[in-house]
Design a protein around this ligand. Sequence first.
Ligand code: FES
Ligand code: FES
Length: 154
Amino acid sequence: MATTLTINGETKSFDAPPEMPLLWVLRDILGMTGTKFGCGIAQCGACTVHVDGKAVRSCVLPISAVANRAITTIEHVGSTPSGAKVQKAWLEAEVIQCGYCQSGQIMSAAALLAATPNPDDADIDAAMAGNICRCGTYVRIREAIKLAASGRQS
Ligand code: FES
Ligand code: FES
């Protein structure tokens, strides 16, 4: 069945059943592999993308639910004001270890900063709670979010 979605500001048309999760479309149909598959049951955050600016888990989101909505992925988040700050801070704080969880982490952090420009620890904990990192980069993630919020990046 033909479906059209708006992804990173571009119109994408493809054949897929309406119940197919957005993550499958991104990775398997459109070849956008920056968004990762982790658990497939909304428990790890690896598949996080933005829908109308909000962080959502694309592994459990049927494409029928996102027609006519603005989808942003890790491939494009650096073009948004909060995404650009977050990506720069991530590099400065050297957050990344194996990297597998990190596109999801960056998407959650960018959505947080867009909604809450100066988050406190509780805001950060609440926004990032659903993003699991098996390498344990949580301390550096918090540091990078604060760096991005402060505007003190070099
Ligand atoms: S793959 Fe979607 S939350 Fe884990
Ligand atoms: S950096 Fe390895 S899982 Fe997070």
